[in-house]
Design a protein around this ligand. Structure first.
Ligand SMILES: *Cc1c(COP(=O)(O)O)cnc(C)c1O
Length: 369
């Protein structure tokens, strides 16, 4: 791998293949694989990632918003795409671009049927979302009869799947709650299916659900974070490979005296003579202020350098007093061995947040399989 000489995010498709195969190996033989590629494939590159997953024969893709699905269709992706959180204003676009909406409330169902009928659709695929305890999006179990009556009234739509979302699948202290969600979803789904004359797919598990609750795998699973290399537990993290490496370079080195300060608002004050390095990555690139004030760190020549003072929009300063390095040397913010989850946790956040935050200003470099 050539050394970084500017800020770059490398996307390692070999790691993506590895993670896909690893998660697939955890599935029951007939369980389908939906890959969640929302938020630019968790901050990487949704087109590159979706095309690669399509080559690996993924069954389904999901995005959060309609425009994310449009981006994939514009890039030539033909795999079915579930839109997890659409708004009525997007329904026409959703139909035009063959995207499949999650229908999560009576308002959304009625609006979607109206649009589908106006567009003269027949059996347009939709996915019905139930709320089983997350209290975020979804119908409740008492809505089943209304949904079925609407389905009997129109030929414009057809239910491709029934699904729900787990609230705490990664949390071993919440197994009772999660088991309750699984049971509740299964009973709603059975009731619903008994009132239809066809069988939609059932799906419930995200990455941690797949690992921790195999009985919840049902007909399909929805994996996001695992594909990107994080498993929400040390044992899973050891099996997965982060697909994104965030690298930069030392722009300038300063020697500072005791009591000199570094950065805006003079938030860091040197306790002795010190050496600092300035790195061209800041909060506009996704390294938010939570990583400042020595909570976050980077690696230079294998050694840990804490981020000192406040994170600037375009730069951070790090303490390199104990590190043998020079201007132009490579800086690792995270990669396969310096995991994003570690710097996230030491700064009070989670892997999901640090990786999805990497902004579009950072150049993406694709490392092929
Ligand atoms: C984001 C999301 C997922 C993926 O969850 P991971 O924990 O990243 O595997 C699955 N389902 C829904 C509804 C989501 O919003």
């Amino acid at each position: 791998m050539p050394k970084a000489n500017e800020t770059v995010l490398e996307i390692d498709l070999g790691a993506l293949t590895h993670n896909f195969n690893y998660i697939k190996s955890k599935l029951q033989p007939n369980t389908k694989f939906l890959a969640v590629v929302k938020a630019f494939a968790y901050g990487s590159d949704s087109i590159v990632v979706a095309k690669h997953l399509e080559k690996l024969n993924v069954d389904y893709l999901a995005v959060a918003y309609a425009k994310e699905g449009v981006l994939l269709r514009d890039a030539g992706i033909t795999t079915p795409i579930l839109v997890l959180h659409p708004q009525p204003i997007n329904f026409k676009t959703i139909i035009e671009r063959c995207l499949e909406p999650s229908i999560y409330s009576i308002r959304i169902l009625d609006e979607f049927i109206r649009t589908a009928e106006n567009q003269s659709q027949k059996d347009y695929p939709i996915h019905i979302k139930f709320n089983t305890g997350l209290n975020r999006l979804g119908f409740c179990k008492n809505d089943v009869d209304y949904i079925v009556s609407e389905l009997n009234r129109t030929t414009s739509i057809k239910v491709k799947s029934l699904f729900s979302h787990l609230a705490a699948s990664e949390d071993k202290n919440e197994t009772d709650f999660t088991n309750h969600q699984i049971t509740l979803f299964k009973s709603i789904a059975e009731d619903f299916k008994s009132k239809l004359n066809y069988s939609p797919l059932l799906h419930l598990c995200n990455t941690s659900g797949i690992i921790n609750y195999p009985k919840g795998q049902l007909d399909m699973v929805r994996s996001g974070i695992g594909l990107y290399g994080f498993g929400n537990s040390a044992t899973e993290d050891a099996q997965l490979r982060p697909i994104a490496n965030l690298k930069s370079v030392i722009s300038q080195i300063h020697k500072i005296e005791k009591d000199e300060t570094v950065g805006y608002n003079r938030a860091y004050k040197a306790k002795s003579v010190q050496t600092t390095a300035t790195i061209p990555i800041g909060h506009a690139d996704g390294i938010t202020r939570v990583y400042g004030k020595e909570k976050g760190f980077v690696f230079i020549n294998g050694k840990k350098a804490p981020i000192i003072g406040n994170v600037c929009m375009d730069m951070i300063m790090v303490n390199i007093s104990d590190i043998d390095c020079k201007e132009g040397d490579e800086v690792i913010i995270f990669d396969g061995s310096h995991k994003a989850s570690n710097v996230a946790e030491s700064s009070g956040t989670i892997s999901y947040e640090i990786i999805t935050a990497i902004s579009q200003r950072v150049k993406r470099i694709i490392i092929s399989d």
